[in-house]
Design a binder for this molecule. Structure first.
Ligand SMILES: Cc1cc2nc3c(=O)[nH]c(=O)nc-3n(C[C@H](O)[C@H](O)[C@H](O)COP(=O)(O)O)c2cc1C
Length: 332
């Protein structure tokens, strides 16, 4: 029996699994592979240096899949912010119907996308931000628990609490993000009230992820204890793979007497992190990974991964069902 959730129905996908936006990973190779496998693949807008490059990437992705795919637009504080409106306009002009938004002050961009008729999935780490996004008219919330890779927020609430709070309070369908790698996780998310899951780190370790093989192998060899939180002191807490540069950055964070961001800036530079994905030297710079890294033991194709997740979820749901019986206890 195929899945039938608000997410599969609205997005027109077979498996309720979204591949979240990933800076320097979310290229057409990965997004199309996930969509071809029955999930929702997502291109990362800001991985493209200009809106025109994003237009080319969207067109390239269209040649690689006939299935729906989306674009992630992440709004982060920056000295010179990218022209978010122009990226959003390219997304609209190219006929993209599904957009994942994330980050600060998403109001203007969400308004622009909704006016153009896009389905918006907004990713956030608190119920307060989720409620603001509901007011902006988003179609789905993507609830990112403390387990997740990247920006975890400042409240450290794991998905066991966050997802149930979402079910109790939001009144809008939501997907569970952070800490998911298998069908048992998907079944658990559905049981908690979600309509699907969003995965980042798990998709990095797939054949089609356009990153160096050595990074994929580092993910397979890592444990759930191999991530660390940096930048808490600057209220921009980020979960990273706990390599040497991350440890050095944490030392600066602990020991800096000035608290000037410029002291830690060179350690957490995105430019060096990008090189890791290209040259495979996992200690060359910082890179993002979630605690789910401890649940990833192989490098499958996206098709193998999503078929497996589908089967595991079905089996997990059957198992849960089998644990309840109408027969009176005396007859068992
Ligand atoms: C390498 C990497 C880069 C990411 N970059 C972004 C990004 O640019 N924008 C965004 O909204 N989320 C980004 N994320 C977060 C993912 O979309 C997703 O929310 C997160 O990975 C979920 O947690 P998980 O890794 O436990 O599955 C990134 C995650 C990873 C692993």
């Amino acid at each position: 029996m195929p899945f039938n959730t608000a997410l599969t129905r609205k997005l027109g996908i077979r498996v309720p699994v979204v591949q979240g936006g990933m800076q320097w990973v979310g290229y057409a190779e990965l997004a199309s592979a996930v969509s071809n496998a029955g999930g929702l693949g997502i291109l990362t807008a800001l991985t493209q240096p200009t809106p025109e490059d994003l237009r080319k990437e969207i067109r390239r992705c269209r040649t690689m899949t006939k299935n729906p795919f989306g674009v992630n637009l992440t709004l982060l504080p920056a000295l010179v912010p990218p022209d978010y409106g122009a990226y959003a306009q390219v997304i609209i002009d190219e006929g993209i119907k599904i957009v994942e938004t994330a980050g600060n002050n998403p109001g203007p961009v969400i308004k622009q996308l909704k006016q153009a008729g896009c389905i918006v999935l907004h990713k956030c780490t608190t119920i307060r931000h989720a409620k603001s996004a509901v007011k902006l008219g988003v179609d789905f919330l993507s609830i990112d628990g403390f387990e997740c890779a990247g920006h975890v927020g400042e409240h450290d609430i794991t998905n066991f609490i966050l997802l149930s709070r979402a079910r109790q309070d939001l009144g809008v369908p939501f997907i569970a993000s952070g800490g998911f790698a298998d069908g048992q996780g998907l079944a658990a998310a559905l049981a908690l009230g979600a309509d699907g899951i969003n995965m980042g780190t798990r998709f990095m370790s797939t054949v089609e992820a356009p990153i160096h093989q050595k990074v994929k192998e580092a993910i397979v060899n890592a444990q759930e204890t191999d991530t660390a939180l940096v930048l808490r002191r600057w209220k921009n807490t980020t979960r990273l793979f706990a390599n040497k540069v991350t440890q050095d950055a944490l030392k600066v964070e602990r020991e800096s007497t000035t608290g000037e961001f410029s002291e830690i800036g060179p350690y957490v530079s995105g430019k060096r992190g990008r090189q890791v994905f290209l040259n495979g030297d996992v200690d060359f710079g910082v890179w993002t990974a979630g605690q789910v890294i401890g649940l990833i033991h192989d490098i499958p194709t996206c098709a193998v991964l999503l078929n497996r997740i589908e089967k595991e979820a079905q089996e997990a749901m059957k198992r849960s069902q089998s644990l309840y019986t109408d027969a009176p206890a005396s007859k068992l």
